[in-house]
Design a protein around this ligand. Sequence first.
Ligand code: 5GP
Length: 346
Amino acid sequence: MRIEEELKLDFQDVLIRPKRSTLTSRSDVDISRQFVFRHSGHRYHGVPIIAANMDTVGTFEMARALSKQQISTALHKHYEERELMDFFQTLPEAATVFYSMGITREDYEKFCRVKQGVGDAIAYVCVDVANGYTKSFVDFLHRLRDAWPQITIMAGNVVTGEMAEELILDGADIVKVGIGPGSVCTTRKMTGIGYPQLSAIIECADAAHGLGGLICADGGCTSPGDLAKAFGGGADFIMLGGMLAGHDECMGEVAEVEGVRKVRFYGMSSRTAMDKHAGGVANYRASEGKEVLLDYRGPVADTVLEILGGVRSACTYVGAHKLRELSKRTTFIRVARQLNEVFGQS
Ligand code: 5GP
């Protein structure tokens, strides 16, 4: 056993210090980014936010709505092949939509059939497992990269610099970072495993950027300020689940509780998701996600405007004309957290 004494930070542990700025209005800030991916060589231009590949967030409807604002979507894994082909064949060329998959033989074979059916309409793939540290995951990534050199691969999840480097060298263009911070994730409670998300972002971004790779901060953002902190910490992309949940485009079940419209939102490893997609929780595993009822929030476009407004404003506070400059202009100040925030109120 070893104890690491170095301080690790979450979003709530810091604020961003304001800096002298020549910007006069938020509207002067450019929050799009351009990247050329390390392996695929593909050029990207957009607002680097991605709707999470959860079945109540990463829907076709979400992808269509968000693409109007140049925001990306990672589709959930549970669509049928035919539905996926129809969707990708009608997708506007400029939209950035990730096809998501796990690492089983069936996942791969399904991907190959859909990809062969739609050709270049699938340019982005998200390979997603709860634990990105396994040999089987790394081997899969190698095989996928060898077979499909031109696709842009986002892979994860990991939380440490050395594993971010490993995944980039194995073929990932974007490493997905985050274990345990998700709003409906119970991994930290169920297993004790995790890593404070802001430190994971800072350390993985540093490692990935050194190799010409990129990272996507996945999970734990609960407000536009958290996105500003994630970008400030070096995230190239940010994946959002809870902040985009509860909208019309989520296609979630709507319930009425004491006269208020609510929408079901649940983790992809929750009992709800496993009952729905895997015929229940297998007896060798425990669920690592929970279900919550969120207030219904209407169309996602309004929420997106609020999120982008917050990020733009953060840029003006530190004098960043472009989102690309935010990280360089970020100085985090540590704030003391109340004990009851850390441990919950008794
Ligand atoms: P949020 O933006 O809601 O805080 O986090 C979204 C992320 O939580 C997803 O992109 C995914 O990485 C993670 N996630 C989704 N469902 C589950 C789950 O059931 N268990 C765990 N451990 N993580 C989940």
